[in-house]
Structures are given as C-alpha cells and as structure tokens.
Design a protein around this ligand. Sequence first.
Ligand SMILES: [Zn+2]
Length: 419
Amino acid sequence: MDKNMLSKYSFGIGDRFTHQGKYQLKAFIEAEKAGVNITPVWNKSYREHTTVGSKPDSVLGQAQKVTKELNWKHSFAVDADHITLETVDEFIPHSNFFTVDVANYIGKKADQISIDLFIKRIRSLFLDELKIRGLDKPLNLTISNIREVANKFLFAIQHAAKICEYIKSKKGDEPFLIEISMDEVEVAQTPVEIFLILHMIVQNQIPITTLAPKFTGRFNKGVDYEGDLKKFESEFEDCLILMKYGVQHLGMNSNQKLSVHTGSDKFSLYPIINKLIKKHRTGLHLKTAGTTWLEEMIGLAEAGGPAFEMAKSIYKESLERYDELTGPYQTVLNIDLNKLPTAKEIDTWSGTLFCESLRHVISNSTYNPSFRQLIHTSYKVAAERGNEFYGLLKDNEEIIGKNVYENIFFRHIKPLFID
Ligand SMILES: [Zn+2]
C-alpha cells in the first residue's frame, strides 16, 4: 500500500456527468495557495454509474485529464464508492480507492468459533474496563458486551476482508486504499463498538486508510445536518481519539483517518469538525454527495435562455416522477411537499429566483431546501436528456464552472480545513 496516496486531508468530489473536474480541482489549487494540502478523490458509486449510464473508466479518464491540464503535482485518487463483491469488478482497473460498504452485513452472525476466538483475544488483552485518555467514560469490555458487538459486526468485517483480498488478488502489486463504510445504518456506533471494530479490522488484516462510521443525526442529501450538534461533537471526537488509538496501539496505518459520508452541505458541522481535527492533529476524509450536480443546475438557470429552459423542464419532470426519483433516497431526504413549487409556478420564475431557491445559502430567505432536495434526485432526468443536456453543460461551461468552484472552495473546503 502506498501510504502517500492521500494527504492528511482529503476531499471526495462526485461529478455525475464528468464535466466539472477542472473547476472542482481549482478549489484544491486555491487551498494549496492558502497553505493547505488536500487530496482530491473523485468518487462515483455503482448506483450513480447505473443511473447516468457511465462506466468507471470515465472517472479515471477525467481525473487524469484535468490533473494534467491544471498541472496538479500532487496525488489524486479515484474512489469506487460503496462497492460490494458483486459490483467491484468493473471498478478494479480504474480505481485506487475502494469504499467497502458493510452496512448490509451488520447484524449477520459470524461462525461461533470466530466469535469465541475474538472474545478470548480481547479478554486476554483487557479487563472489564479500559480507560482511554480523552474519552469521557471507560470502555466496558465485559464478556457479554464483547459478545454482543462481535455478534453484530464480526461477520461484516470478515466480509470486508474477503472483498479486500479479492481486490488485492486482481491488483497485484499496484497500491490501493481501503475505506470501510458503515454509515448507511440507522444508529450510530458506540465507542465500544468502534474500539472493537478496529480490533476486528486489525485481526482480519485489512489495511484501511479510512473508516466511515455512522454519526447521530440526519445526513440528508444536499442540505444541512439535522440533529444534536453537541452529540455529534462528542461522537466525532470519540471517533477521532479511537482512530488515533488504533495507530498508536494497534499498529494501524499511521495516516488512517475518519471519513464523513454525505458530508457536503453540512455547514453547521464544519466549524466543529475543523476545530476537532486541529485539536487532535488528525486527518479527515470528507465525501460529498451530489453537490456539484446542484451547481450545474444553478449554473444553467443563471445562464438563462435554453439552459434555463432545460433546468426548469428537468424540475417539472421530476415533480411528475417524484416517487420514482426520491424512492431510492427515501431515508436521506426530508422534503416538505407543500414547499415544492408547482410546474405552473416554475414557469413564472426568473433565473435569479430559481438560483436563489436552489443555492445553499442559509441566510438567504429565498433558499428552499425542499426544492433543493428534489433536484438532488433529478440527475436521472438530466441523464435521459442526453446530448441536449451535455451540450448545454458545454455551452455554459464558464458560468457553471464558477458555481462549482465557489461552492466547493468557499462553502466547503474553506470552513472545513482553512478557516
Ligand atoms: Zn456512504
């Protein structure tokens, strides 16, 4: 594994239609000018590829093209996002970062021998309670507690190990990075769970670079965090401390770090995250979700003419196909149907009104999170418009690019890493 593939800070950028790489990368160049090195990680999931009809090689192709064009001298990564054993094959030649999603395996029970062995090992190392400096409470490591955690997570980690071995068997000596993600579950993992999960990861010899736990609260797509900020703060800090514990005491990768999924637009969390990663001098990976696609829609509306017509027509069709489009995202949306403008209303809207309703500026009273979340899901409609849509992206490249860049740099990277 090449440990130098990610800097301390890395930032996942999704680009559904592979048109905005240049403007996304520009935000990293600005960060570098401000003295902060951040590795760009272009991520795209199997679901996104299927929805827009693209293939994993296009992500790598664009990354290579724009890093050359903008003379980016540092590393970059291409993330096969939320892959499983069934979907990973096509990604392998074109990715150097694999997000192994174990959410579906949590709660499935490993074989009894592995569970008993795990309990025995942990008990040979620790007594009932373990104090870790920085954590509020000692970790409760009684046999029954360990058993409960092993019953819930060991199978999932064993499965992750299987996927990693499979990738390794295909990649050979070529270095790649592993993230284990368990964010797509209902309940946040406790400190004891994280602690024991790290042990399972080490015992199963998975060389992770990042771990994406679930945090309390709602990480809805395209909008700010909804939840208890104090609770998030303490969970996030506990996770940082435990990840550091893994490096210092379990021999995990020295550059291993936490990953925050659906991290775009979580503006109320950024000052907390910024403060804590600096306090603990740890790294961070933050993965965005669809925020660039929303800037494409804003740019089209701002451009006016046929571009604005396209943006309006995509929205109107999304209204008609509401159930189909929002279905796959049901658990990560919070749309107030009464707040969605009707097709008739949209026809009377100016480009400015459309932009201001969509652009994520909380202080602007026109901003409409319900409108924004529906449009988050409507990229499928855009993809169906095919060349007509792609042509408009090209024709209005500059105005769209400006929105893409400003969103990533000023609203995300700056408050997260620089301020
Ligand atoms: Zn995720």
